[in-house]
Ligand binder design. Sequence first.
Ligand SMILES: *Cc1c(COP(=O)(O)O)cnc(C)c1O
Length: 379
Amino acid sequence: MPLRLPFTRVHLTGREADYIARVMEANHFAGDGPFTSRCEAWLQQTIGSTRALLTHSGTAALEMAAILSGVGEGDEVIMPSFTFSSTANAFVLRGARPVFVDIDRRTLNIDPAAVAAAVTSRTRAIVPVHYAGEAADMDALESIARDAGAMIIEDAAQALLSSHQGRFLGSIGTMGALSFHQTKNVASGEGGALLINDPNLVERAEIVREKGTNRSRFHRGEVDKYTWVDIGSSYLPGELIAAFLFAQLEQAESITAKRLALWDRYHAALEWLEQEGRLVRSASRGNGHIYYVLLRSIEERTEVIDALRGKGIYAVFHYVPLHSAPAGIRYGRSSGTLNVTDDVSARLLRLPLWPDMTDDDVDVVAQALAVALRTVTTT
Ligand SMILES: *Cc1c(COP(=O)(O)O)cnc(C)c1O
């Protein structure tokens, strides 16, 4: 069966090739050129962060945030187990220990009660992950962080243009990390951005991103030569990536609107299956990044994935919880039970969702899912 409905596809806005051609004409390929500036200005104006710095990945943005947070040996960073390795890796690379806590059953976001119970005298940071672009309970987390003297770093990799009570995600914590990986709503293949909401961190962030040099100040004419002043690495993308990304960002709002319309269509099409107790629908509308359903068991999910694949429909599961992953066991520790995480990660199924899907495509997937659930042999 040929591939008919992939899990995800990047929506091309039509300007990408033109902008890339301009980079070639200008012969400026290294980072921090005009398209990098345009992307950063767009992010600052739209999201409302003090400073946005493009990075070559969401992972790189998290690594920069970990360096800037100042965590080190003996410090603890509280985060959900239900996330991608990069959330934890960034802090492990600084010598800190991730403390994995459970998620809320409805939103699949970090459970504030579990966070409060995990706080110790070593806690330095709390890292909510806005799963599927749905906001974590930021009010509760801000109050816990204040009491603990910890900073909040938002893993907003999936959350571009999602908001929480009028504030864009990524602009609420001390820092936020965005991803523009091919699989995200706005994509440049690999790509990301660090959002900085504390003006005191901006200068050091520029240094960390430029191999530990004060090159950014040199370019602004603030120093007459640049030199190695701090730790850092090479975290900035080249201009070809930034040019592609800017074409995407210009259309970010319409891309989000299309995804939300498809999300709503899935939600309506699957309502009867939920009423019949066959599945639980997503409660994470956010920015339309993911439409997921919870099936009844891992065995049923495996059968459904195979049945859909037989029809050319690519539905996929998601995280292997970090608390049970080999590196999670080696470098982290768990706090409290992780029952929701274990349960949900075994039963969650993500359905195809990309801006150029049609309403008919959504109906085909919903129909095929209903058929697959009728014919499964396990529950
Ligand atoms: C995608 C993602 C990342 C990593 O982003 P990259 O750009 O792929 O490095 C980190 N955290 C979460 C929650 C993500 O979804």
